[in-house]
Design a protein around this ligand. Structure first.
Ligand code: SAH
Ligand code: SF4
Length: 388
C-alpha cells in the first residue's frame, strides 16, 4: 500500500493541558473495566455506572462529566470532584496537506513522546509509542540514543490514540468502514515487549467493542525480537506481529540489533513460526531496513527467502532513514529494487516503503524530551520489571 507523498508540515498552535500538574484527581483513562468498576464503587457509585462511563469515555470521547446525560447532576459533580478524563498534553501538532499529522505529546511528569498518523488510500495507521526512549541500542535507530527511558502507562498509551481521534474529530466511534484512524501500529518509540503489561492493558481497552472498538486485525505490534514474550502476544492479544529482523546472519544482526546476542535469529524465527496468527491469511511482517553495504546484497536477499520460506511471512523493506551522526547510509534505489525483486521471486511479498512516509515515521524519537537523566539505572529497572 503506497504511503501518500507528504507536503511540508504546518505547525499548529499547542493546546493547553487539560488538567494541571498539581491536580490530584485520579485519571479514569487507562483503567480496565474491572478496575474502573472497583474505583467507582469505592467512590460510592453503583456498579452499573461503569458501563455508562466506559461508553462516554471511549465511545463518545467525552473529557468532562457534565455532558454525561444519563448521569444525574449530583453524581456528575461527585465524579468531577474525584476524577478526571485526561489525555497527554499536545505540545505541537504538525499537519501536512495530505492529512498526515504528527503530535509531540507531554505526559504528567514532563516526559515527551511522539505519535504519528500516516493516512493511506483506504486507511490511517497511527504509530504509537510504548516507552519514552528505548533501553535497547539498535545501532541504526535514533530512539536508542535517547538518554531518558521510562515505560508509558496504559493511560499514556491509549491516550495517544485518543489524542489522534480528538484531532480528527473522530468521535463517537465510527463504523469500521468509515473511520479514518483505522489501524494502530506499535512502532513508535520504545520496545513494546519490555513494557508488555501496560501495552496489553492499553490494547485491550482499544479493542473493547463498546469503546474505541478497533479489531485485533487492525493492530500490529512490532518487536526487535524479545523471544520469551512473543508467544504471550499471541495468547493475550492475538494482534498482528511485526519483527525487526534487519539482517540474515547473527554476525550482522548482533551489530544492528544487539538483543540478537541474547536471542539469535534461529530462536527468533522458531517462536515466529509458532505464533498463532502465522497462518496464510495473517502473515508475520519482517521489517528490514536497507543499509548500504551492510545487509543489502543479492546473497542477503536469497538468504532472507530461505530463512522466511517456512514461515507465513511478508517483508517490509524500509529505506534507512538517516539521522545526524548515524553510522549508516541508505542503500541505492537500484539496490533496493534488485533486493525486492529477488525476495519477490522467492515467493514473498516485499514492498519498499516510500521514503517520504518513512521520513515522518522516523522522526519518532527525534524530538527529544529536554530533561535527561541517567539511562543506566532506568534500563536495569525496566529490564528487571519486564523479567528479561
Ligand atoms: N522497538 C520496536 C518498535 C519501534 S521501531 C522495534 O524495534 O521493532 C519501528 C521500526 O522502525 C523497527 O523495525 C525499527 O527497526 C525501524 N527503524 C528504527 N530506526 C530506523 C531508521 N533510522 N531507519 C529505518 N528504520 C528504522
Ligand atoms: Fe528500540 Fe526498536 Fe529503536 Fe531498537 S529499533 S532501539 S528496539 S525503538
Amino acid at each position: 500500500m503506497p504511503i501518500l507523498p507528504t507536503e511540508p508540515l504546518q505547525i499548529v498552535e499547542p493546546r493547553a493541558a487539560l488538567h494541571g500538574r498539581n491536580d490530584t484527581r485520579r485519571n479514569l483513562v487507562g483503567l480496565s473495566r474491572v478496575d474502573l468498576k472497583q474505583t467507582l464503587v469505592e467512590a460510592g457509585l453503583e456498579p452499573f455506572r461503569v458501563q455508562q462511563i466506559w461508553q462516554w469515555v471511549y465511545w463518545h470521547g467525552l473529557t468532562d462529566f457534565e455532558r454525561m446525560t444519563n448521569i444525574a447532576k449530583k453524581t456528575q459533580l461527585r465524579l468531577a470532584e474525584l476524577f478526571v478524563i485526561d489525555r497527554p498534553q499536545v505540545v505541537t501538532e504538525q499537519r501536512s496537506t495530505d492529512g498526515t499529522r504528527k503530535w509531540l505529546l507531554r505526559f504528567g511528569d514532563g516526559n515527551e513522546a511522539e505519535t504519528v498518523n500516516i493516512p493511506e488510500e483506504d486507511r490511517g495507521s497511527v504509530c504509537v509509542s510504548s516507552q519514552v526512549g528505548c533501553t535497547l541500542t539498535c545501532s541504526f535507530c535514533h530512539t536508542g540514543t535517547q538518554p531518558l527511558v521510562r515505560n508509558l502507562s496504559p493511560a499514556e498509551i491509549v491516550g495517544q490514540f485518543m489524542v489522534a481521534r480528538d484531532s480528527y474529530g473522530e468521535w463517537p466511534t465510527p463504523t469500521e468502514t468509515t473511520r479514518m484512524l483505522s489501524n494502530i501500529v506499535m512502532m513508535g518509540m520504545g520496545e513494546p515487549l519490555y513494557n508488555f503489561d501496560n501495552v496489553a492493558a492499553a490494547l485491550k481497552i482499544v479493542m473493547d467493542e463498546q469503546g474505541i472498538a478497533l479489531s485485533r486485525r487492525r493492530i500490529t505490534l512490532s518487536t526487535s525480537g524479545v523471544v520469551p514474550m512473543i508467544a504471550r502476544v499471541g495468547d493475550v492479544l492475538d494482534v498482528n506481529l511485526a519483527v525487526s529482523l534487519h539482517a540474515v546472519s547473527d554476525a550482522v544482526r548482533d551489530t544492528l540489533v544487539p538483543i540478537n546476542r541474547k536471542w539469535p535469529i534461529a530462536e527468533l524465527l522458531a517462536v515466529c513460526a509458532a505464533y498463532p496468527g502465522a497462518r496464510n491469511s495473517r502473515r508475520i511482517t519482517f521489517e528490514y531496513a536497507m543499509l548500504k553495504g551492510i545487509n543489502d546484497s543479492d546473497a542477503d536477499a536469497r538468504e532472507l527467502v530461505r530463512l522466511l520460506k517456512p514461515i507465513h511471512a511478508k517483508v517490509n523493506l524500509i529505506p534507512f532513514n538517516p539521522w545526524p551522526g548515524a553510522p549508516y547510509e541508505c542503500s541505492s534505489n537500484n539496490r533496493m529494487h534488485r533486493f525486492a525483486e529477488i525476495v519477490n521471486d522467492g515467493g514473498l511479498s516485499a514492498p519498499i516503503r516510500t521514503p517520504r512516509g518513512r521520513d515522518i515515521l522516523a522522526a519518532c524519537g527525534q524530538l527529544k524530551s529536554a530533561s535527561a537523566r541517567r539511562k543506566g539505572e532506568r534500563v536495569r529497572d525496566i529490564e528487571a520489571k519486564a523479567g528479561v
